[in-house]
Design a protein around this ligand. Sequence first.
Ligand code: PMP
Length: 308
Amino acid sequence: MSRRIESVVDAVGNTPLLRLRNVAPPGVEVYAKLEFANPGGSVKDRPALRMMRDALADGRLTKDKILIDSTSGNTGVAYSIFGAALGVRVHLVMPSNVSKARKDIAEAFGTEIIYSDPLEGSDGAIRLVREIVEREKERYFYPDQYANASNPLAHYHGTGREILEAVGDRITHFVAGLGTTGTMMGTTRRLKEHTRPIRCIAVEPDDALHGLEGLKHLPSSIVPPIFDAKVPDETRPCSTEAGWDMSDRLAREEGLHVGHSSGANVHVAVQVAEELAAQGKTGCVVAIVADRGDRYFAPLKWEKRYIW
Ligand code: PMP
């Protein structure tokens, strides 16, 4: 059903759940929550918008301040779009060797890019943002998505609620990868309020130098302050190869061209479904599809740890 909206911010959320019939075993329902249907093309529209709105509401962000962060990926696209729509200036710090496509997307919305040392990778970009904010505290708003409660809240009020609306009582499992961990924290908290038991599974790359962009290997990373290890029921590893293979299968068998973190989530969702089927059980497994595959056509080749 078509609807009339007043601003691009009203197009965030209410993403569809797609039944995956071809990669999943018969008898177990597997669904992909299509977060690429958000206006910025990713799951990060939700937290970016909520962090901006919450900060505007309580005065941490005002129209004379500049939002600054260190992301060349999905969060940066989202800040840029909603900055334009809400009248907030946005500066993004990126290593100078990020692909032209990523600079172009941000600049299309009027975002200003500040370049950090390419040899220092994503850590250098984070350091530079912190230095800039430290120098001129009054001028900038730094959302710090790894520590910002609005990030998981966006998923609590959005992603989790919508999944329950779409599949209700039938859901038995939820699968999401860990980056800032906002998706897992917020969605799981909402799903766990439901009366029936639901098993929530976090997906983690199986090594530190992985190619599952958007995901963090927590054992070798700084653990985000918003992460609570008690929230997921289980964490399952996924190799780069398994995530990439499932992305290929989703394109060829379901007509769904997704990023590699989404391939990893669906890989684990199908693994869970196969285990249920082998035990003669039914189930309803929901996995997050965080973004589309075409965002990775011109990736950074040398720096594996991106900031999304
Ligand atoms: N996949 C992709 C493609 C992402 O950009 C992100 C964000 N880092 C994630 C997964 C992880 O989401 P979250 O930050 O909510 O843990």
